[in-house]
Design a protein around this ligand. Structure first.
Ligand code: SAM
Length: 265
C-alpha cells in the first residue's frame, strides 16, 4: 500500500459545480477514452461528499461508454468511508493522494485541490501525478467558484518530456452574470493567480480580453454570448493564438496555450 502524498484540506463542494470542466473533458477526450480498453479516470480530492465524482461518472458513462472506471480519490480517510455507500459499477472510492494510489490513470481531474496549497508545491504535485499517468494521459488542475459559474483550468498532457508542464489554460464562465473577462482572475489556478500583475503575461492577456470585451459592447444588444464570441474573435484577429472554435466560445469558454500566459521570472 502506498502512502498518500498531500494534505487534508477543506472539503467544500457542491452539486453540478464542475459541469463546465466535465463538458470540456468529454469534448476533448471522448475519442481517446473510447478507444482505450479499460480507461481509468480519477477525481482527485472530491471533498466532503462525492457528488462531483458521481456526476463525472454519469457523464462519462452516458457519453463515452461503460468501460471507464471512475475512481474518487481522497486523502481524508473519513471522507472515503462516507463515500463507499455511493459506489456502483465502474465507480469506486479509495484513499489516495498525488501518487494516485499507484494507479496508472488516463485522466486525473484535481479541481479546487491545489488552490489550497502553497504555490511552491504545485510543480512537485504535478510531477508526482504525471509520473503515474498513462502515456497520453491528462491532468486537469482547476479552480472554480462555489457554484461553478466561473472556472479556470490547466491541462497537462503526458508527453515524452520528463517534466510535467501545462499545455493550455481554459477559462469558462456563465456569461449572463459576467462583468468583464478579467473577473475570472480570482479563479485562476494556483500556478497563475499570484502572477496576475502588470508585466506578467496572464495579466496582459486578461487586459487585452477586457479591451476586446469593451470594444464589442454593442454586441451586448444581442446578448452576452454574442459579445463574448465577438471579443474572442477580435483577440484572434489581433494575433492571440486561441485554441478551439466558435462552438467552444459560444459556451462561454476560451482556451489559450500555456506559453501565452506562463509566468515570467
Ligand atoms: C475544496 S475540496 C474540492 C472538492 C471537489 N473537487 C470540488 O471541486 O468541488 C478539496 C479536497 O481535496 C482533498 N485533497 C487535498 N489534497 C489532496 C491530495 N493530495 N490528494 C487527494 N485529496 C486531496 C481535501 O481533503 C478536500 O477534501
Amino acid at each position: 500500500m502506498t502512502t498518500p502524498v498531500g494534505n487534508i484540506t477543506r472539503g467544500t463542494t457542491a452539486p453540478n459545480r464542475l459541469r463546465r470542466c466535465d463538458r470540456w473533458l468529454i469534448h476533448m477526450e471522448c475519442s481517446r477514452l473510447s478507444s482505450l480498453e479499460h480507461a481509468i479516470v480519477i477525481d482527485l480530492g472530491y471533498g466532503a461528499y462525492p457528488v462531483t465524482t458521481r456526476e463525472l461518472a454519469d457523464r462519462l458513462h452516458n457519453s463515452v461508454g461503460d468501460d471507464i472506471e471512475v475512481v474518487g480519490l481522497e486523502i481524508d480517510p473519513q471522507r472515503v468511508q462516507q463515500a463507499i455507500p455511493f459506489e456502483q459499477p465502474h465507480l469506486r472510492f479509495r484513499r489516495g493522494g498525488f501518487e494516485l494510489a499507484g494507479m496508472h490513470a488516463h485522466v486525473v481531474r484535481a479541481f479546487n485541490v491545489l488552490r489550497q496549497y502553497d504555490e511552491s508545491s504545485v510543480q512537485r504535485s504535478w510531477q508526482e501525478m504525471y509520473s503515474h499517468l498513462a502515456p497520453g494521459g491528462l491532468i486537469i488542475d482547476g479552480t472554480c467558484d462555489e457554484v461553478g459559474r466561473r472556472s479556470a483550468w490547466l491541462a497537462i498532457r503526458k508527453t515524452a518530456d520528463a517534466v510535467a508542464a501545462p499545455q493550455s489554460l481554459t477559462l469558462s464562465t456563465q456569461l449572463a452574470s459576467l462583468g468583464k473577462p478579467s473577473d475570472l482572475a480570482e479563479r485562476l489556478p494556483k500556478a497563475l493567480i499570484h502572477h496576475n500583475l502588470p508585466g506578467q503575461p496572464v495579466h496582459a492577456f486578461l487586459q487585452a480580453f477586457d479591451r476586446a470585451w469593451a470594444i464589442n459592447a454593442p454586441h451586448g444588444t444581442f446578448g452576452a454570448r454574442q459579445r463574448w464570441i465577438a471579443a474572442v474573435d477580435l483577440l484572434v484577429q489581433q494575433g492571440t493564438p486561441v485554441i478551439g472554435d466558435r462552438k467552444r466560445w459560444s459556451l462561454g469558454e476560451v482556451t489559450v496555450p500555456w506559453s501565452l500566459v506562463a509566468p515570467t521570472v
